[in-house]
Design a protein around this ligand. Structure first.
Ligand code: ADP
Ligand code: ZN
Ligand code: ZN
Length: 719
């Protein structure tokens, strides 16, 4: 009797054996329902064997195979095995992270095969329509050829409804989707840099990683679209990953518009469960030609994968911060390598990991230096020294003058401050008291409008105290700038201006962000105050001024990645200014105008910035010159967390090439009433670190400690 080796969503790093009545090799990659304790679980068959892995165990029969989905291919299973190894995460849980939620439920999930539609008798269909029914006649004309649902929907919502009605009346017949000929709508003619990039991507045979560097508006997306068109013509599929915030309806529309007949599946957290599962199935069956998604889409099965694109590859949202702590960008590169296909990593400010890979010759650099639209000038950038300058509520006189000019000209300004709330802290000048969160090692942020103090780490809130709880002083003051305070300041300085703040607090209600974007486009707003939320992915044609305040914090941070993030953020927010025919201006208020980061930014010299940073990292022994993993532990008390980590150090395998540091309290030691500590492990060799972790983790997992929750983070972005 054959045995099925099944991956279950259980936090144990092993597979589970079940007996099958009959089993064929093609059960590998399929879902099964199995008894587990007194539950029924859905598992995935990873192996079929003649013998059980452990003959001493009593083995139960599997209930049955759910034969509704295409089996996961060996290529996808290899990718999942790699993830389990690399991130030292139980394979069963990796498998279930990679599957859409629907497939983890016991039950069938059927997706009707996608097909195309064609008029049975085009002339008769046309003749049956009134001469004045223009839309109907246009749709009927199109249906002389096979057309996909995507194509009809792209045409007009009514086109798809019409087609369904005609199908019901037997005026149309369904034909295989493959009968639809690929259409590629014309885009702008590529400039020489873009053409060279597209040619380089298409030229290679097999795997190659291209690092496409170009500022916002330099035409990277256009390069992706051309490269995708080439592989679609060859009958292959494309996987395109973008950060959540960039996956806008505009981007989707741009893809659908370019490839009108093509089934494009969009996968992100906003897509309902059922739709996500259906999209996954269509991709796995090869019916969808393009998967456009966020990090979770990296695992989507694509039997004819021909190209992978990761846009804004430096973006931190590609890294999952809980559970399976994977980097979708890194997995995408590995996936392209496994599949033997090219991958394009695009960014204005590549991650220093990717940049170093290009410097070392592992990745090929493709540069777009010009803005794609002729006539559009990059914004002029200026630093406004703030040291020993009289500021008006934190704003430089030149900033205020520039906003005033925009108002007079009917143009928009954005004041960028990446700190929510009214002020970062409230302070008593008599006794030095500051409002702190009782559950975290963090200050409470002042939210004046709601008259509340709020912890941005755990969400704890309390009323604004009427007087200092320490000494009774009634004169306690918010200190520092937050977006709310900036909003109040600007509203009083420019009473005639329409001011809109855009941050996570003001955009909490569903739909409010979309409404604000619409108002900006309609020119109903003069001054925008925004955090990171506004920095990315949006095009505001009337916005000609970006003023940055409070950026200096990123220059001298303890976090070695802070300056990399700051550069990326400033380059991105600067890219908001002057995209159309109007030249843009960027003003950065700073106490350190001579700092090399600002100087590189001013010269738009990312290479210079990267070279300086990489030299420092090499000297100091930081990634990408070393590989890191961090073991985190949390418990009710710091002592318990540290004790666990000390035990972990004692269990660590001997390795002269891996450094295990002492446990330390996390920089955010208390979080939501739990205390946290961590342990850094690093090595110059990626595979040596991997071997070390592979030997270490099983020992740690066999430790029982109910008080401590721990997790391993390989290639952590934050320490
Ligand atoms: P990025 O992705 O680098 O921000 P896009 O590809 O979105 O840049 O291009 C920015 C704008 O320039 C878009 O409106 C795009 O249609 C246009 N564009 C891109 N390439 C060209 C080109 N070669 N000629 C004219 N317009 C172009
Ligand atoms: Zn006091
Ligand atoms: Zn808190």
């Amino acid at each position: 009797m054959p045995y099925l080796r099944v991956a279950l969503d259980i936090p144990l790093a092993r597979l589970f054996d079940y007996m099958a009545e009959t089993a064929e090799l093609d059960m590998v990659g399929k879902r099964v329902v199995v008894p587990f304790g007194n539950r029924r679980l859905v598992g995935l068959v990873l192996e079929v064997d003649e013998l059980p892995a452990d003959p001493s165990l009593k083995i139960k029969p599997a209930e049955g195979v759910l034969d509704d989905l295409p089996a996961l291919s060996a290529a996808v299973l290899d990718l999942l095995r790699f993830c389990a190894d690399y991130y030292q995460y139980p394979l069963g849980q990796v498998v279930h992270t990679a599957l859409p939620g629907r497939f983890r439920e016991v039950g069938y999930f059927r997706v009707p095969p996608a097909c195309a539609y064609q008029a049975c008798d085009p002339d008769a269909l046309m003749a049956s329509l009134k001469p004045q029914a223009r839309t109907q006649r246009r749709v009927a004309g199109l249906l002389a050829q096979p057309r996909s649902e995507a194509e009809l929907r792209a045409l007009a919502p009514s086109a798809w409804k019409l087609a369904q009605a005609w199908l019901a009346q037997d005026k149309l017949r369904s034909v295989p989707l493959a009968a639809v000929t690929l259409q590629v709508a014309a885009g702008p003619a590529l400039n020489p840099e873009q053409a060279a990039a597209v040619a380089a991507i298409a030229a290679g045979q097999g795997f190659a990683c291209h690092l496409l560097r170009g500022i916002t508006g330099s035409g990277k997306t256009e390069v992706y679209l051309h490269a995708i068109a080439a592989i679609l013509r060859a009958g292959r599929q494309a996987l395109v990953l973008v950060p959540e915030i960039n996956l806008t309806p505009q981007l989707e529309a741009r893809f659908r518009h370019r490839f009108p007949g093509t089934a494009i599946v969009s996968l992100h957290s906003g897509v309902a469960d059922g739709e996500r599962a259906a999209g996954w199935v269509r991709a796995a069956r090869g019916e969808a030609a393009i998967v456009l998604g966020t990090r979770l889409a990296v695992f989507t099965p694509l039997p004819r994968l021909g190209l992978v694109v990761v846009d804004e590859e430096h973006d931190a949202s590609f890294k999952q911060q809980d559970g399976l702590r994977y980097s979708a960008r890194d997995i995408a590169v590995y996936r392209a390598r496994l599949a033997g296909v090219p991958i394009v990593l695009g960014s204005a400010t590549p991650s220093l990991e990717s940049w170093q890979n290009a410097v070392a010759g592992r990745y090929r650099r493709l540069d777009l230096v010009q803005r794609a639209v002729s006539g559009a000038q990059p914004p002029s950038m200026r630093l406004l020294p703030t040291r020993r300058q009289p500021l008006q509520d934190g704003l430089h006189a030149a900033t205020l003058a520039a906003i005033g000019e925009r108002l007079a000209r009917g143009e928009q300004s954005l004041v960028f401050l990446n700190r929510r709330g009214y002020a970062p802290v409230i302070h008593c000048s008599e006794c030095g008291w500051m409002a702190a969160c009782t559950r975290c090692s963090a200050r409470l942020t002042v939210h004046l409008r709601e008259r509340r103090l709020r912890c941005h780490h755990c969400g704890w809130e309390q009323h604004f105290p009427p007087a200092c709880p320490g000494c009774g002083n009634a004169d306690i003051k918010p200190v520092g700038q937050g977006t709310q305070r900036l909003e109040a300041t600007l509203a009083s300085l420019f009473p005639e201006a329409r001011v809109q703040r855009i941050d996570r607090d003001s955009m909490r209600r569903k739909g409010s962000f979309e409404a604000a974007l619409k108002a900006i486009h309609a020119g109903e707003i003069d001054i925008l105050i925004g955090t990171q939320m506004l920095a990315k992915g949006h095009d505001f044609p009337a916005l000609t001024l970006v003023a940055v305040v409070g950026a200096d914090g990123g220059l001298y941070s303890a976090d070695f990645r802070a300056s990399e993030r700051l550069y990326a953020q400033l380059a991105q927010v600067a890219g908001r200014a002057g995209r159309a025919d109007k030249p843009g201006e960027v003003l950065i208020q700073t106490d350190f105008p001579e700092h090399p980061l600002y100087q590189a930014l001013l010269a738009d010299d990312y290479a210079a910035f990267a070279a300086t940073e990489l030299a420092e990292r090499k000297l100091a022994g930081f990634p990408p010159f070393l590989h890191q993993a961090v073991l985190r532990a949390e418990a009710d008390t710091l002592a318990e967390a540290i004790a666990f980590l000390n035990r972990a150090v004692a269990l660590a395998p001997e390795s002269s090439e891996v450094t295990v540091w002492d446990p330390v309290a996390a920089s955010m030691m208390r979080l939501a009433s739990r205390e946290r500590a961590q342990l850094l492990v690093q090595s110059a060799g990626r595979s040596r670190l991997g071997a070390f972790l592979a030997a270490w983790m099983p020992r740690l997992r066999s430790e029982r400690n109910a008080k401590v929750r721990w997790s391993l983070d390989v290639d952590p972005l934050e320490l």
